[in-house]
Design a protein around this ligand. Structure first.
Ligand code: COA
Length: 370
């Protein structure tokens, strides 16, 4: 290019820059509008929740007065349940404040994922992360069963500290983004981090050598259970997404329900096996705590394993009880609908982009570059 051509190119670029400026201005205005719309949505959401709580209160008072439940009351209760689930889905499209734990770790950075498909990807990645780390833990645990080498033991235990710590952060992000993960499963990972931390500072003495093998077997066992959980959870995730893409959902939701129970009946015996193993570990540690060389770590770990066993048992029974109730199918149906809605919105956005591209392209044809 000679200087003449450079000048011409620069002039040409100026027109393009003007266009960029206009688009950016448009973008900034739209961002402002989005902020206003989000605030309006939050206000309406709170309004819905407040009025629903008033109606709920009135229904409860009527029930207390001994009025018999007629068809209208039953219908209203069903509608309220449906609306609650829909409000949950709407809330998931709005940015949320970080929890205290996330604020401490990450600061005030916003971790809200507003698109359902991106949420799906994040959850999928979380499940894959757990799977890969469990596979590594399995290999290390088996290696530790055959080789008595302290650094190898420390590598596994340190990996566990890091793994559980990372899980607590990822799960807090999932929670901010509308996941219904039970508080206990998150708490379980906090306690597991503490357990791994205590194991890390347990001195290498006779009690440790007595316990080492049991612990390695346990890690190998829960790694296998983790693989089974991965199969179940990713099955749920992909099936719900696929269900959302179908329009005749009522028949397929039945299929999903029976698939879920089949998946659970396959997984549950192994989960209960894990909980019995935790009880066995608590007992073994209690026994070892009477050893003359036993340090404080032994009894603390015994208590923590007992807590893990009892709370796991309690929570899983609660989950099963809840799954047996009638509202479950409706909940899964709504989750599938949420996927469909987000897909439809994504298609609309794409169409809009294509339309804009087409318009820009047509303009370029009309006003050819000189
Ligand atoms: N870890 C992380 N997330 C979990 C979870 C767990 N243990 N259990 C459930 N969730 C999530 C689900 O993925 C779902 O997320 P979403 O709202 O983002 O879609 C939400 O919590 C609600 O799940 P729910 O419908 O109540 O249960 P489910 O059918 O997904 O899973 C179990 C039920 C029993 C299979 C599952 O809770 C589980 O595997 N629990 C055992 C965990 C355990 O004991 N681990 C230690 C092994 S020794």
């Amino acid at each position: 290019m000679d200087i003449e051509e450079c000048m011409k190119e620069w002039q040409d670029l100026l027109t393009d820059y003007k266009r960029l400026e206009t688009i950016n201005k448009d973008y900034a205005t739209k961002l402002e509008e989005v902020g206003e719309l989000q605030a309006a949505c939050v206000k309406e959401l709170n309004h819905q929740r407040y009025r629903m709580s008033v109606i709920n209160g009135a229904l409860k008072r009527l029930e207390k007065k001994g009025l018999t439940k007629d068809e209208r009351v039953a219908n209203l209760e069903k509608e309220i349940m449906k609306r609650k689930a829909m409000l949950h889905e709407i809330e998931a499209t709005l940015p949320k404040q970080n929890s205290l734990y996330l604020r401490i770790i990450l600061g005030n950075v916003n971790v809200s994922i507003l698109n359902k498909n991106d949420k799906f990807k994040y959850k999928d990645e979380y499940e894959k992360f757990k799977l890969i780390l469990s596979a590594i833990a399995f290999v290390l645990a088996v290696a530790n069963l055959y080789i008595n080498f302290r650094p190898l033991q420390l590598i596994l235990i340190f990996l566990l500290v890091w793994y559980y710590c990372t899980l607590t952060i990822r799960e807090s992000i999932l929670k901010v983004n509308g996941s219904r993960i039970k508080g206990w499963w998150r708490m379980h990972h906090f306690i597991s981090t503490v357990v791994a931390g205590i194991l890390l500072i347990w001195p290498q003495n006779t009690p440790w050598n007595e316990f080492r093998h049991t612990f390695m077997w346990f890690i190998a066992y829960i790694s296998v259970v983790q693989y089974m959980q991965f199969r179940y959870q990713s099955g749920v995730l992909y099936r719900l997404k696929a269900l959302g893409a179908r329009h005749n959902m009522d028949i397929t939701i039945e299929g999903f329900h029976s698939w879920m129970w089949r998946g659970l009946s396959y997984l549950l015996p192994f989960l209960f096996g894990g909980y019995i193993f935790q009880l066995y570990i608590a007992y073994t540690l209690y026994h070892i705590s009477y050893h003359p060389e036993a340090t404080w770590q032994v009894s603390y770990l015994a208590v923590l394993f007992l807590i893990l066993h009892s709370c796991n048992m309690y929570t899983i029974l609660q989950v099963l009880k809840k799954k047996g109730k009638s509202g479950l199918k409706l909940r899964y149906r709504l989750r599938a609908i949420a996927y469909r809605l987000s897909n439809e919105i994504a298609v609309l956005v794409c169409l809009d982009c294509l339309h804009k591209l087409h318009r820009t392209w047509s303009l370029k044809q009309l006003v050819p570059k000189t």
